[in-house]
Design a protein around this ligand. Structure first.
Ligand code: HEM
Length: 448
């Protein structure tokens, strides 16, 4: 109990913001005040390494020079368009794997085929394309367990004895998860270290994230900005876990919600199929076409895979313009992304799936995945200083996989689902479609 007691940050008063205008003022006008997350948004330490030492990832690191270096390493290194261009062969492989794994006419749970394909692609981005299938499967298993356990640990404490026992087992597994993850990651990191010494890099191939982390030097505090040191093994494990988890869970959830709506709205599915029918997009040769972009934005507006933007405000902040009192001792602030995207003040028929609103002449023409400085209408990737650095990659990957799925197959509800799709949302660490865990998912028939 001592090890899992909520830390001080969790005990701070929590303020929930569901109003888009207030969110904009906080995250844009007071960007620096709202630039930190509480160290532990969960009841158990997620970034505590061996010997219980703090080993930050990008999500947890305080706003400052260390954060800036980690973030630039990702955005200017891994996510730079010239570097992402080198990903095309890996993306093509992933799409071919996905399509090959679907039998036409069979009822399938979409997650069972999409999750492995996305995860394998992301694991190759992290560790290089030499990573073996067994290692990919082992990584996938521990990340999945970790995400499920965090979801449970984060929920209200269960009441019945049996439920409490089950909950407790999950928390214990979560506490040992770091060690199990490290056991898998450290040999892979060491192998890349040896390879870099022997070959001096991959010459023109995609440079995996782990190589960038091995070479990175970070400042440790404000005073010694000039003095930089290599990342510890524990820090590398935290950052790699974050990359694998963030790039898979969110993207898979967005693909599922998008397909669910396309199954319900056959007209939108056909329109999309006509748009991506030439397969250009699947081969990574073109930008996301307009209707596909509109469909993804509409899916993200209605079902943001990450439910909350979480920030911590320190003691006695001066926020004159916010028009909202802040507790003098500081607060944890939750911006409810789903409420903002469905706010009836900014959206017509906010609960309806209508991608056309994002097309030319629509009410949301010009609205993108990241809010501009003047207005927030939706913020699936957050806003302000800590907005999601993986946004471009995520939009590209969702587009790529959805294009492959609708280009190759026609999607209908599974017979067991009674001709419909249940859009119930499972509130977890990520917002996921509850029915993806049932056998009542969807059927894909081969097109043409
Ligand atoms: C559909 C896919 C995704 C969604 C909806 C999503 C959403 C978010 C949200 C809401 C935040 C918090 C932003 C804030 O506090 O303002 C975030 C942060 C973050 N995301 Fe994503 N994300 C996605 C994909 C990715 C991918 C592909 C990566 C790749 C590594 C990634 C890495 C991160 C990181 C590292 C942060 C923390 C950034 C920081 O604190 O500086 N995400 N994401």
């Amino acid at each position: 109990a001592r090890r899992t007691r909520p830390p001080a940050a969790v005990q701070l008063p929590t303020i929930e913001i569901s109003d888009a205008a207030v969110a904009r003022r906080a995250l844009v006008d007071y960007a620096d005040v709202f630039a930190n997350r509480p160290f532990l948004p969960f009841p158990v330490a997620l970034v505590t390494g061996r010997r219980r030492r703090r080993s930050d990832n990008l999500n947890s690191v305080p706003y400052g020079p260390h954060w800036r270096v980690l973030r630039r390493n990702l955005t200017a290194g891994i996510f730079h368009p010239s570097h992402l261009g080198l990903l095309a062969p890996l993306q093509r492989d992933a799409v071919e794997d996905l399509v090959a794994g679907i039998s036409a006419g069979a009822v399938l749970v979409l997650r069972d085929v999409v999750y492995p394909a996305v995860f394998r692609l992301v694991a190759r981005m992290c560790f290089g394309d030499g990573i073996g299938e067994r290692q990919v499967r082992a990584l996938r298993r521990v990340i999945r367990e970790f995400v499920l356990d965090v979801g449970v640990a984060n929920n209200v404490f269960p009441v019945s004895t049996l439920a409490r026992l089950w909950h407790w087992r999950r928390i214990r597994r979560l506490l040992s998860s770091r060690r199990r993850q490290a056991e898998l990651y450290l040999p892979l990191i060491d192998a890349r270290r040896r390879m870099a010494r022997r070959r001096g890099g991959d010459g023109g191939m995609f440079r995996p994230y782990v190589d960038a982390l091995i070479d990175l030097r970070v400042p440790r505090d404000e005073e010694s900005k000039e003095q930089r040191t290599a990342l510890t093994d524990d820090e590398m494990v935290s950052l790699l876990m974050e990359f694998l988890g963030a790039s898979t869970e969110t993207v898979v959830s967005c693909i599922e919600w998008t397909l669910a709506h396309l199954v319900i709205d056959g007209e939108a599915q056909n329109k999309l199929r006509r748009e991506v029918g030439d397969g250009e997009h699947i081969h990574g040769r073109s930008r996301t076409p307009p209707y596909m972009r509109a469909v993804i934005l509409e899916s993200l507006r209605l079902h943001p895979p990450v439910p909350l933007v979480i920030r911590e405000v320190g003691a006695a902040p001066v926020l004159d313009e916010l028009a909202m009192p802040m507790p003098a001792g500081g607060a944890r602030v939750h911006f409810v992304i789903g409420d903002i995207g469905r706010d009836g003040k900014s959206w017509k028929d906010p609960d309806e799936f209508r991608p056309e609103r994002f097309m030319a002449g629509g009410e949301a023409e010009g609205v993108g995945p990241l809010p501009g400085p003047k207005e927030v209408r939706m913020m699936p990737f957050g806003a302000g200083q800590r907005f999601c650095p993986g946004m471009g990659l995520a939009m590209a990957h969702v587009g790529l996989f959805v294009a492959a799925l609708v280009c190759e197959f026609e999607w209908t509800p599974a017979p067991a689902a009674g001709g419909g799709v249940d859009l119930t949302q499972q509130d977890d660490f990520f917002n996921v479609l509850q029915s993806v865990t049932d056998e009542t998912s969807v059927t894909g028939s081969k097109c043409g």
